[in-house]
Write a protein that binds this ligand. Structure first.
Ligand code: ATP
Ligand code: ZN
Length: 312
């Protein structure tokens, strides 16, 4: 009855009232803080575009969008893009739609490949721009990076930038057969980085070490895109991508607004409706130098963390 009483107050037409009700109901302490947060989304495809729309509708402060591709008719089996946007860059098409949905969100569009030398430089320098949040501590000007790309090299580039900038990020993926996916939280030094531990992906009911599989493809010099084009065309479903985007943004909201439990890893197997979770510790033998530096810092800060925990 308390919920009934509370929700009867919010019968106006402002979408923010529905979000602010989360605060009145005691789920979130301070929902309005969402307007102060910046989120970078790398890959505005089947998962990234939907994640961007969800954050826009939640009233996020600022979104930085990265993608090198253009909208194609073949993308219409996913959510978000419309046929009249075919030929536009994905980032510009996204800005067009998102600005209509919520003009309060600051939108920045980066049409580029983050794995080229120039692209990587632009990527890291855009992440360090603090004009939106001058008082933010640390080297980064964003609060969270979401990786929604579909290849190993791009994930490694996000991993490198985030390890260097001490930037917390979340990784997402959908399997090539379109029936499973995952999200993963990566906190440099504290959790496994993308180069630390093998991720597990459930393909047709079998747990596959996708990272080793993909690193072999990359190491053998075969271009993943060629492999995709010449081999069997990868499947995709708006349902699986929508679910993964939902899990990713739900975890992001919990992380940013500090409510509930932030999942370190959450898998989704649609064939069995199985949602495995696990924690991955950093690998002291990780090949990524920046990861090893972050691990060292994390160890050195242990007395501080213990004291803070005791004071609580
Ligand atoms: P498909 O390959 O099935 O046609 P897609 O390429 O649109 O689909 P998605 O999984 O829907 O793939 O989305 C991944 C997105 O990540 C794509 O829009 C792609 O352009 C983007 N992306 C991948 N690698 C990079 C990169 N290095 N820099 C910028 N964007 C990238
Ligand atoms: Zn690592």
């Amino acid at each position: 009855s308390k919920v009934k009483e509370l929700s009867s107050e919010v019968v106006d037409n402002n979408p923010y009232s529905r979000l602010m009700a989360l605060q009145r109901m005691g789920i979130v302490d301070n929902y309005e803080r969402i307007r102060e947060f910046s989120v970078a989304i790398v890959g505005i495809g089947g998962v990234g575009s939907v994640a961007a729309e969800m954050l826009t509708r939640c009233g996020i402060g600022r979104l930085l969008l990265y993608d090198y591709d253009t909208v194609e008719l073949a993308n219409m089996n996913r959510l978000f893009f419309r046929p009249d946007q075919v030929g536009m860059t994905k980032t510009d098409a996204a800005v067009q739609t998102l600005a209509e949905i919520n003009p309060d969100v600051v939108l920045e569009s980066f049409t580029m490949n983050i794995t080229t030398v120039q692209g990587f430089e632009t990527f890291t320098s855009s992440l360090t721009n603090k004009s939106f949040c001058p008082s933010k501590e640390g080297g980064s000007g964003v609060d969270l990076v979401l990786s929604c790309v579909d290849n190993y090299e791009a994930r490694m580039a996000v991993n490198q930038a985030c390890n260097e900038l001490r930037q917390t990020w979340m990784e997402s993926g959908v399997s090539e057969d379109a029936v499973s996916g995952h999200i993963q939280l990566l906190v440099p030094g504290e959790t496994a980085c993308f180069a630390c531990a093998p991720p597990l992906e459930c393909i047709s009911g079998i747990w596959v070490n996708l990272r080793i599989l993909l690193s072999r493809v990359v190491a053998s010099g075969i271009d993943e895109r060629t492999l995709k084009r010449e081999g069997v065309c990868a499947a995709s479903l708006p349902t699986t991508m929508g679910v993964v985007a939902g899990l990713l943004v739900q975890n992001s909201l919990k992380f940013l607004l500090n409510f509930g439990e932030v999942s370190p890893y959450l898998g989704y197997n649609s064939l069995k409706d199985f949602f495995p979770t696990m924690k991955m510790r950093p690998n002291p033998q990780c090949s990524n130098v920046a990861c090893l530096q972050r691990q060292k810092e994390y160890m050195l800060a242990k007395p501080e963390r213990d004291a803070a925990a005791k004071a609580k």
